[in-house]
Design a protein around this ligand. Structure first.
Ligand code: 5AD
Length: 341
């Protein structure tokens, strides 16, 4: 690790003076303008199933949660939404679900293949930890991108909030490197303000974004979910990262500075937890917004954190946010642009 860069990142993360932080925002915004430009790319998000077999202590989709009805959209429903996404002019369709291995991978592979044949949209997947063979099959079927957040690089904290499956280890960093080797554009990211997370560990996360050469970096605040065990966890150490918009904006800006040409979304968790969450993310270095295309009645059942089904992520709202930020709607797929920095 580059010690001076690590020190600088940590210094910024601990910074609380508004005027000083404004200079961080300006630097990130200038870098964003120079590398990825004024276009804000839209990613159509389809949450096609909320089934999950994991027991993550922060997430409302966790398997032990018995009060949440589970759904799986049919192939027909998914393809209908993909056509609609294409008609709406989305350059990317992101298919997201819990981690659920009982649905055969062949079914997802055939869905990806069908979407590939019908549209030119980039296909992004976020379906959790799978085997290398599954990842390969999905890539060969035509998937372009894969999103797998490592959430925190603190292995002890990660094991605590994301218990490994019985007799299996869980190493998301290895999986991300594997995905990269398969030719996926790879997205990852973290939650900010997890109970027990320190600024020093967030600084390591940010350096890891760079070491992994991530194509997209997603950063959102931890939002306590009342139906999860982590919600009632005791107050943490003095160096606890606050789960605030300000913490997230610092991380977004620093991510832009360490990975200047990466795509950085204004995340829904930001929009849910703070007013103008999308707009301020765009001001602090973000260049992508997710548009939620999940149809009713499923939308309200996709419940990793409270407030996720608010209409803040609808197309009209998002276009207004982009206009208000003085930016323009991106055209095309919004693939990675390699910019010499
Ligand atoms: N707060 C914020 N983000 C959450 N996620 C899940 N639960 C929460 C929460 N309580 C996000 C994580 C995860 C994705 C499924 O949703 O980043 O990767």
């Amino acid at each position: 690790m580059n010690a001076s860069l690590a020190g600088e990142v940590l210094w910024w993360l601990r910074q609380e003076d508004e005027g000083t932080l404004d200079s961080l925002r300006e630097r990130a915004d200038r870098t964003r303008a120079r590398t990825v430009g004024e276009e804000v790319h839209l990613r159509g998000l389809l949450e096609f199933s909320n089934a999950c077999e994991r027991t993550c202590t922060y997430c409302g989709l966790r398997r032990p949660r018995r009060d949440l009805p589970r759904y799986h959209m049919t192939d027909r429903e998914i393809l209908g939404c993909a056509d609609e996404a294409y008609r709406m002019g989305m350059g990317t369709l992101l298919l997201q679900s819990g981690e659920y291995r009982e649905t055969p991978i062949e079914s997802l592979v055939s869905t990806v293949r069908a979407i590939r044949q019908r549209t030119e949209m980039a296909i992004a997947l976020s379906v959790g930890e799978r085997s290398p063979l599954h990842y390969r099959a999905l890539r060969e079927a035509g998937a372009d991108r894969y999103l797998l957040k490592f959430e925190t690089s603190d292995a002890v904290l990660m094991d605590r909030i994301h218990p490994p499956r019985v007799n299996r280890t869980s190493n998301r960093l290895h999986l991300l490197m594997h995905l990269k080797r398969l030719g996926f554009e790879v997205a990852s990211g973290i939650m900010v303000g997890i109970p027990g997370q320190t600024w020093a560990s967030v600084a390591r996360d940010i350096l890891l974004f760079r070491a992994l050469d991530l194509d997209m970096i997603a950063v959102g605040p931890y939002i306590p979910h009342p139906r999860t065990p982590l919600c009632s966890s005791p107050p943490a150490s003095a160096d606890q990262v606050p789960a605030t918009a300000c913490s997230c904006l610092k991380v977004i800006a620093l991510s832009r500075l360490v990975r200047p040409d990466a795509h950085i979304p204004a995340t829904r968790a930001m929009a849910v937890s703070v007013e103008k969450g999308y707009g301020s993310s765009l001001d602090w270095g973000a260049d992508v917004v997710m548009v939620n295309l999940t149809p009713d009645p499923y939308r309200s059942l996709y419940d990793p954190y409270p407030g996720g089904d608010t209409p803040s992520a609808d197309l009209d709202t998002v276009l207004e946010v982009i206009r208000h930020a003085g930016r323009i709607r991106g055209r095309g797929r919004g693939d990675r642009r390699f910019v010499t920095c």
